[in-house]
Design a protein around this ligand. Structure first.
Ligand code: HEM
Length: 279
């Protein structure tokens, strides 16, 4: 017996799109799906490109959410920011899953097309650096890399000089009456945030009096979630790289795994981690 067509009873399915927008039009799938252009004939290069594209799309949404969260915190809408920051953590968990897929690429397979990358490396991902900037980690070399691309450069420079998520979180704490050093509140935001005693004291008080400072406590934990996931991404990247290229130098010019291990030492929100020993 012939299988019943599952659409047979669906009389209202739209099929005439001569004057209407399709799903593909709305999402601009022609441009999105024609961007996976391999440089070799090797089967696995498609995986390599797709993983990077997926990661960059998620990074785009992370930046969108964190920048909106920064505005919400600046406007005193902490609850609104929590929704956005929780979404960021969920996205991070998705990007981390991507390493499982990439780990199916063996060293021999990668070596078949690695030379096609030239000096291209995730090290030059400006969206990744934007995420680091909004989290308060300001490394200048990315600005040098993009000095000949004015549009990218302008976006990077603005984020480089602006207060990050942690800066506005600390300002929110100060607004609640906590005494925060002026050297923190009026710091040069183009510098990477550095640990400060007045900030640690404030967080400690908040964490020891959860009921009294429930909102600020939630803010602190949302930040810790983001940093925790960020470190897990860094770790999985480092291990996946070790699994695929061992201790070869990177296409971007760094020592490779040695460099990726070093960046694991960096903390975005040092006091929020430090207080755990003291509480
Ligand atoms: C076969 C897969 C991969 C290998 C072998 C690899 C290798 C490396 C290496 C060796 C570095 C250090 C910089 C350099 O000298 O190039 C690096 C940095 C980086 N890679 Fe990958 N990578 C891979 C996949 C990915 C993917 C899928 C992403 C997702 C976007 C990514 C994003 C980054 C980022 C953002 C950095 C900069 C990290 C930092 O400076 O903290 N990589 N990668």
């Amino acid at each position: 017996m012939a299988k019943e067509n599952k659409f047979a009873s669906e009389k209202s399915i739209h099929t005439d799109f001569s004057k209407k927008m399709t799903y593909g039009d709305y999402l601009q799938l022609d441009s999105l799906l024609s961007s996976q252009k391999t440089l070799s004939d090797h089967h696995d290069e498609m995986l390599f490109i797709t993983i990077h594209h997926v990661s960059e799309l998620w990074l785009k949404l992370i930046i969108h959410e964190i920048q909106a969260a920064i505005s919400a915190i600046q406007n005193g809408n902490l609850q609104t920011s929590f929704k956005m920051l929780a979404r960021v953590s969920k996205i991070q968990s998705q990007i981390i899953q991507a390493w499982d897929v990439l780990s199916t690429l063996t060293p021999a397979e990668y070596m078949e097309f690695r030379d096609k990358l030239g000096n291209a490396s995730g090290f030059q991902s400006y969206q990744y650096r934007l995420v680091e900037f909004v989290l308060g980690y300001k490394t200048p070399y990315i600005l040098k890399i993009y000095k000949n691309k004015p549009e990218v450069y302008a976006v990077l420079k603005e984020a480089y000089e602006a207060p990050g998520l942690y800066d506005v979180a600390i300002q929110a704490i100060a607004k609640e009456g906590f005494s925060i050093n002026n050297s923190v509140l009026y710091r040069d935001f183009s510098k990477t945030y550095e640990k400060d005693n007045s900030v640690e004291e404030a967080w400690l008080t908040i964490y020891k009096n959860v009921d009294k400072y429930w909102e600020l406590y939630q803010l602190g934990e949302k930040l810790v979630d983001i940093e925790d996931w960020f470190q897990q991404w860094r770790f999985r990247h480092m291990k996946t790289v070790e699994r695929i290229i061992g201790h070869k130098t990177g296409t971007g010019g760094s020592s490779g795994v040695g460099y990726l291990k070093k960046v694991l030492d960096h903390y975005f929100f040092p006091e929020l981690w430090g207080l755990r020993t003291k509480i």
